[in-house]
Design a protein around this ligand. Structure first.
Ligand SMILES: [Ca+2]
Ligand SMILES: [Ca+2]
Length: 232
């Protein structure tokens, strides 16, 4: 084997090792969550924006225009930007626009309208038409909600957010950033409480900047290999 070929072979083995390292699950950081306990919505949202690498979300849905009080949007395609479909997967099939003060189990929408659900399993946000990097919303009037997050490729992880107050302007903030996980295709939420909760002020989309973590490490390592190869 010539010196050049041996050197090239060594580089390719290094490259293969790095690629294998990059696909080892332990090298990946987990999904990040940002959960306001009620009094620090702005600070929690700022931390979510920073981690997600964005100044503002690609898509925003506040339900303020284009909807009517009581409208059932469950399972309807074409209503929300980015291909989002919102579905109540329970037999009730009810995910409705709520426009009455106190109408969410005693709590108010943010602004005039929110999306109300019956707290049965599940309220599902489906992004499979255009998988996302980040998602946030205000959670209103529940006693704790379990969340199943699905990723491109089919893996899932679970998380949760805690109770809000149950009357007045009780909305809190909950955000997700995929970090080193694959893009998010779907989240399913099982809320507890008095049979009525809501989400509002949805923010979601894809980042326009490279992702942190293993992607950076792998990119840097590949750059070092290529630089050494150019020098050699
Ligand atoms: Ca609203
Ligand atoms: Ca409730």
């Amino acid at each position: 084997m010539s010196h050049r070929r041996a050197t090239r072979s060594r580089y390719l083995r290094s490259l293969a090792s790095l690629l294998l390292l990059g696909t080892t699950p332990a090298a990946f950081a987990a999904l990040q969550t940002f959960n306001s306990p009620g009094t620090d919505i702005d600070a929690t949202r700022d931390a979510w924006l920073l981690a997600s690498g964005i100044a503002s979300a690609q898509y925003e849905v506040d339900f303020e225009t284009g909807f009517s009080d009581g409208q059932n949007v469950s399972g309807l395609a074409g209503l929300f930007p980015g291909g989002l479909v919102i579905t109540d997967t329970s037999s009730a099939g009810s995910a409705r626009i709520e426009g009455t003060a106190g109408g969410v189990g005693g709590s108010n929408p943010v602004g005039s309208f929110a999306l109300e659900h019956n707290e049965r399993a599940y309220l599902a946000l489906d992004f499979s038409a255009a998988p996302i990097d980040y998602l946030a919303f205000r959670d209103i009037d529940h006693s704790g909600t379990q969340v199943v997050v699905s990723f491109v490729g089919g893996s899932t992880t679970t998380t949760s957010f805690e109770t809000t107050a149950v009357s007045g302007n009780s909305a809190e903030f909950f955000g997700l950033f995929r970090n080193d996980m694959p893009r998010i295709t779907r989240i399913e939420m099982d809320a507890g409480g008095d049979g009525a909760w809501a989400i509002d002020n949805l923010e979601y989309g894809v980042s326009t900047v490279p992702l942190p973590g293993a992607a950076w490490l792998l990119g840097g390592a590949l750059g070092a290999v290529l630089a050494k190869r150019r020098r050699g």
